[in-house]
Write a protein that binds this ligand. Structure first.
Ligand SMILES: CC(C)(COP(=O)(O)OP(=O)(O)OC[C@H]1O[C@@H](n2cnc3c(N)ncnc32)[C@H](O)[C@@H]1O)[C@@H](O)C(=O)NCCC(=O)NCCS
Ligand SMILES: Nc1ncnc2c1ncn2[C@@H]1O[C@H](COP(=O)(O)OP(=O)(O)OP(=O)(O)O)[C@@H](O)[C@H]1O
Length: 204
């Protein structure tokens, strides 16, 4: 039986860091951002629909998606974000279901769906259990500004475009605080893996 962990949390809260830790213990990671980017490559359905909806001015000269420009538009304008979600959500959903089914077929012991929009995207019923990663507002802001080279206002707009942690917490089985070092986060994840009897080999 594959254990499917739904991993959520606000932008730059530490989900990918948790995923990397779990991957080092054999987990298969199904990353929503990676899947979304694959669907937005030139020639892919996501990019085709984005060009149709938002226009050529959101593409770079080489035909790739201008992520900064589209990000600035949608994270400052809920109506535009809704249009992007309308395009991307069903495409991402289909790919994630395929990946979960593949993991089950391959008898992977632990598959992790790493996606900020776990609740909004209706993935809860796919999961054996769900976990939210939470950090302090100040750390979230500085993580995001440093990682994505965003101004404080740009970073705050992205945080505000998402569901609050207070709301998210109502839907998840557990909350893991990422307010210390990566080493501390690793110890918390080892504890979690042990409690679920998931420490060990990749396949059953
Ligand atoms: C707007 C886009 C082009 C900006 O690209 P950029 O490279 O700057 O950001 P990236 O894709 O790496 O996303 C970073 C983070 O932003 C947050 N985020 C992304 N899309 C959304 C969204 N639709 N709603 C809320 N938060 C989002 C997530 O926390 C994500 O981890 C891009 O985020 C996008 O196409 N989003 C729509 C697809 C989607 O829903 N992706 C998220 C799957 S979880
Ligand atoms: N405990 C920590 N100590 C120091 N840096 C951290 C810690 N946790 C996360 N970070 C850093 O903060 C940034 C955001 O973390 P990460 O990419 O894991 O977040 P995320 O939740 O996956 O973000 P997104 O929603 O954008 O996918 C990264 O640069 C990461 O290295």
């Amino acid at each position: 039986m594959t254990y499917v962990l739904g991993l959520t949390g606000g932008i730059a809260s530490g989900k990918s860091t948790v995923s990397k830790i779990l991957a080092s213990y054999g987990a298969e990671i199904i990353d929503g951002d990676v899947i979304a980017r694959q669907l937005q490559q030139p020639g892919e359905e996501g990019l085709r629909q984005i060009e149709f909806q938002f226009g050529k001015e959101y593409l770079n000269a080489d035909g790739s998606l201008n992520r900064t420009k589209l990000g600035d538009l949608v994270f400052n304008n809920p109506a535009e974000l809704a249009k992007l979600n309308h395009i991307m959500r069903p495409l991402i959903h289909q790919r994630i279901i395929e990946r979960v089914n593949q993991a089950k077929k391959a008898k992977v012991k632990l598959a992790v769906i790493d996606i900020a929009l776990l609740i909004e995207g209706h993935y809860l019923n796919l999961c054996t259990s769900t976990m939210m990663i939470e950090t302090t507002s100040a750390k979230q802001l500085s993580n995001l500004m440093n990682r994505n080279h965003l101004s404080k206002a740009q970073a705050q707009a992205r945080i505000n475009a998402q569901m609050s942690n207070c709301e998210r917490a109502k839907y998840v089985d557990e909350v893991i605080l990422n307010n210390g070092s990566v080493e501390e986060l690793k110890l918390k994840m080892i504890k979690w893996l042990t409690s679920k009897h998931l420490l060990g080999s990749e396949v059953e």
